[in-house]
Design a protein around this ligand. Structure first.
Ligand code: UDP
Ligand code: MG
Length: 335
């Protein structure tokens, strides 16, 4: 990897220390995670092949094949013969977050752009993103102007998720900002230095900070194929994100436990006083059953929440690599 970076660092990029403005020729990497995108890649890649040379004198497109089972690997291998196109084939499907990390680790540009393979992210926006970066932004993220393209349940679910994620937390993850973004080399290196296995990228982007600028865009419908993120996968991703970026559920568990314990002590005291004043009372079977069931239920929920956090700890402790590479093709760097 370092050899590529050295080759790439021929660039004579200059950064104005006062204004942050960047000038001079630059090198650009474009990272595209793809799983079963044979229907979309030819169009996207030919668009990029025309656009990128206009944006940067030296550029590379890094295609990450995330365990595709269709024609994608063959198509990518064909593109890898052309200058500027590189392919990283993962050994199986590791998920989009891992595929993005693989692409970032392989990238060598002064500036890295990430985009989906399905043409939902219009390549035409890259020009504006690079312009913002030249003016000094370290991160330029495409901000979707609406979710009209998505079904209502997904819109409501997403909104709820961001509410839960950002509640009480210092680092806010902006709703509507996704993986379609440009990162300066500093930001890429910062992201890659984060050690965690659980890579909820939208959270990590927010965590690293830097000067970020939003560029509005309206996501296009998927050109071909279906979204890989169905309800169960979105729920799993949300759970991973919440456990990685929030502590408040654990605090809520503690607080609720205290309230319940105090309430039950008060009730116990009330019963004892009643017993002493009015003698033995046999009735109250319903109360006992209801209270028992309530407490068992609440305990199970609490255990579930704690279990989610423990599962995350287990994943981190195992320390397995985020992804494995099966094959690398192409040399990249077109000038
Ligand atoms: N993707 C991937 N690995 C996966 C699932 C998706 O690399 O396991 C890629 C996919 O090929 C696409 C991008 O991630 O380029 C976004 O996926 P998709 O369009 O299915 O998600 P959505 O746009 O619905 O969020
Ligand atoms: Mg998509």
């Amino acid at each position: 990897m370092n050899a590529v970076r050295e080759r790439f660092s021929l660039s004579e990029l200059r950064e104005d220390t006062d204004t942050g403005h960047r000038s001079g020729p630059t090198t650009l990497s474009c990272v595209i995670p793809s799983r079963n995108e044979a229907g979309n890649l030819p169009l996207l890649l030919s668009q990029l092949g025309q656009l990128l040379p206009r944006l940067a004198p030296a550029w590379e497109v890094i295609l990450v094949d995330d365990g595709s089972t269709d024609d994608t690997p063959r198509l990518m291998a064909e593109w890898a013969r052309l200058p500027g196109f590189r392919v990283i084939q993962l050994s199986r499907n590791f998920g989009k977050e891992a595929a993005l990390t693989a692409g970032l680790e392989a990238s060598a540009g002064d500036v890295v752009v990430m985009m989906d393979a399905d043409l939902q992210h219009p390549p035409a926006l890259l020009e504006e993103m690079v312009a913002q970066w030249r003016q000094g932004a370290d991160v330029v993220y495409a901000m979707r102007t609406g979710r009209a393209d998505e079904p209502a349940f997904k819109r409501i679910g997403t909104h709820l998720f961001y509410q839960l994620l950002n509640r009480f937390e210092r680092v806010k993850v902006p709703e509507g900002a996704g993986d379609f973004r440009l990162l300066d080399r500093k930001a890429v290196d910062a992201l890659l230095a984060l050690p965690e296995r659980n890579r909820f990228m939208k959270g990590l982007y927010a965590w690293i900070g830097f000067d970020a600028v939003a560029v509005p865009y309206f996501p296009q419908p998927r050109a071909s194929g279906r979204s890989h993120f169905d309800l169960s996968r979105l729920l799993r991703l949300s759970m991973a994100a919440l456990t990685a970026f929030t502590n408040w559920p654990l605090r809520v568990v503690g607080a609720l436990g205290t309230v319940l314990a105090v309430a039950s002590f008060a009730y116990a005291a009330d019963l004892t006083i009643e017993y002493m004043l009015y003698g033995h009372q046999v009735s109250g079977w319903t109360t006992i059953v209801v209270v028992l069931m309530l407490f068992f239920g609440v305990q199970m929920i609490f255990l579930g929440i704690i279990g989610e956090y423990i599962a995350r700890i287990f994943e981190e402790v195992k320390g397995r690599p985020l992804y494995l590479v099966k094959r690398e093709l192409g040399r990249g760097l077109a000038k």
